[in-house]
Write a protein that binds this ligand. Structure first.
Ligand SMILES: NC(=O)c1ccc[n+]([C@@H]2O[C@H](COP(=O)([O-])OP(=O)(O)OC[C@H]3O[C@@H](n4cnc5c(N)ncnc54)[C@H](O)[C@@H]3O)[C@@H](O)[C@H]2O)c1
Length: 253
């Protein structure tokens, strides 16, 4: 590939929140972007933002936990934008509950979207990366990977993504492919707004309370995460692989 050719990025869960900010950011870096989410119509705002700024993007409806839908989605990306060589596994859901109240179906839903979804998407896209001799995979982990009350399913999935990331880095490195994980702390999105509603707090109060626990004294914005993802997907980041970067306004480990 010549350096003037445009690389194609796939961002899952790109209809809103961190995924939308990432899609817009990668487009601003000159990438053509496939915005994948459950509902194709819901991706319209993200795609319009990109095209209005002069970029190239398409909306693709797919459930990342469904193998046939993932394969069809990636085939559409190849046909309409070109072979993808950047993948951001961002789609996610919460089904929080204390362990004794957590249903097996809430466990399965969370593991399926985050872990199975990232596995299926990466498997479908990696062959294009191998062909190109270049690839960038970024998986969305979380500070919850370190353990968080009420999130047995989510913390297991997000810790699992860290192991998945390191294994991808080991297996795929020789093909010019890097894999890294970005692990956000508290980011103001619909996901955290839903958590505020679940615990009976207004979102502004919830954010203010969270900010008191964060060294930089504010909660994160989707763009804070998009910036870190842009670094890992960059041409210059080829020697950075298998890493987990906590982007949480302070140190975590
Ligand atoms: N917001 C935070 O504080 C925070 C913190 C740590 C990690 N994260 C992670 O960052 C990612 C994005 O979070 P967000 O806050 O933007 O969430 P969000 O709920 O605002 O957006 C998630 C998007 O994923 C999509 N999605 C859900 N299931 C899907 C599926 N099966 N197939 C395709 N798309 C699907 C949703 O429709 C939605 O558009 C998630 O993986 C989340 O776990 C978020």
């Amino acid at each position: 590939m010549s350096t003037t050719e445009q690389r194609v990025a796939v961002v899952t869960g790109g209809a809103r929140g961190i995924g939308a900010a990432t899609a817009v950011r990668l487009a601003a870096e000159g990438r053509a972007v496939a915005v994948i989410d459950l509902d194709e119509a819901a991706c319209k705002d993200t795609v319009e933002k990109i095209t209005a700024a002069g970029g190239r993007a398409i909306a693709v409806g797919a459930d990342v936990s469904d193998e046939a839908q993932v394969e069809a989605a990636v085939a559409r990306v190849v046909a309409e934008l070109g072979a993808p060589t950047i993948l951001v596994n961002n789609a996610g859901v919460l089904r929080d509950n204390l362990l004794f109240k957590m249903s097996a179906s809430d466990w399965d839903t969370v593991l399926n979207v985050h872990l199975r979804g990232s596995f299926l998407m990466t498997k479908a896209v990696q062959k294009h990366m191998v062909d190109a001799g270049f690839g960038r995979v970024v998986n969305l982990s979380s500070s919850s990977a370190l353990g968080n009350r009420g999130q047995a399913n989510y913390s297991a999935a997000k810790a699992g993504l860290q192991g998945f990331t390191k294994t991808l880095a080991i297996e795929l490195g020789k093909f010019g492919i890097t894999a890294n994980a970005v692990a956000p702390g508290f980011i103001a999105t619909d996901m955290t707004a839903a958590t505020a509603a679940r615990v009976g707090m207004g979102f502004e109060d919830f954010k203010a309370a969270a900010a008191t626990q964060i060294p930089v004294a504010r909660v994160g914005e989707p763009e804070d995460i998009a910036n870190a993802i842009a670094f890992f997907t960059g041409e210059a980041a080829g020697f950075v692989s298998g890493q987990v970067l906590y982007v949480a306004g302070g140190p975590l480990d």
